[in-house]
Design a protein around this ligand. Sequence first.
Ligand code: SF4
Length: 175
Amino acid sequence: MANKITLATVWLDGCSGCHMSFLDMDAALLDVTDKIDLVYSPLVDNKIFPDMVDLTLVEGGVSSVDDRNKIIKIRQHTRLLVCLGDCAITGNVPAMRNRYPVEAIQARAYIENADVNQKPPQQIVPDLLTKLQPVHTVVKVDHFLPGCPPPAPLIRDVLLALLNGQTPQISPRFG
Ligand code: SF4
C-alpha cells in the first residue's frame, strides 16, 4: 500500500460520462488497481481532498464559484493534474450556455420551465460564473486526455504511462 500512487478523480460541470468511461476499463482496471490508491472521487466515500495527491483526473468545466474554488484548492494539493474529457479541456457541451447571460439561463431553468416555486435558488445551489471556463484557463494542467468521453483503452494507456513515470502519448490540447 505504501508504494501505491494516490489517485483522485474530480467531477466539475460534466455529465459523469467520463467517469463512466473510467469504469468502462473493466478488466483493465485490474492492471491499475494494484498500483493506485483511490483516495478521493465521486466513486468513493471520502469527500475530503487529502493534503497531497499524486495524480488527479478532472471531469467537466469550471462553471460555478464552487467549481473554481475547488479546482484551485485541488491544484495546490496535487502533483499531476489531468483533464479527463472534452468538457474539462474545451468546455464542450456545458459551454453551450456561454452564449447566454446567466440571468437568462436561470429564468429558463427556474421560472419558464418550473411548475412550482418559480424563482432562481437563493441558497445551496452555487453561483454560476458568467461563462463556463476550460480547466486550463483557471489552473495549470499537466496533461489533456481528449474525447467525449475519452475511450476506456485510452484512459488505461494514459494511466499506465503516468503510473510508470512516463509521458503519455496523447494529442495536445485542441480547440
Ligand atoms: S466530455 Fe462528454 S462524456 Fe465527458 S463530461 Fe463532457 S459531455 Fe460528458
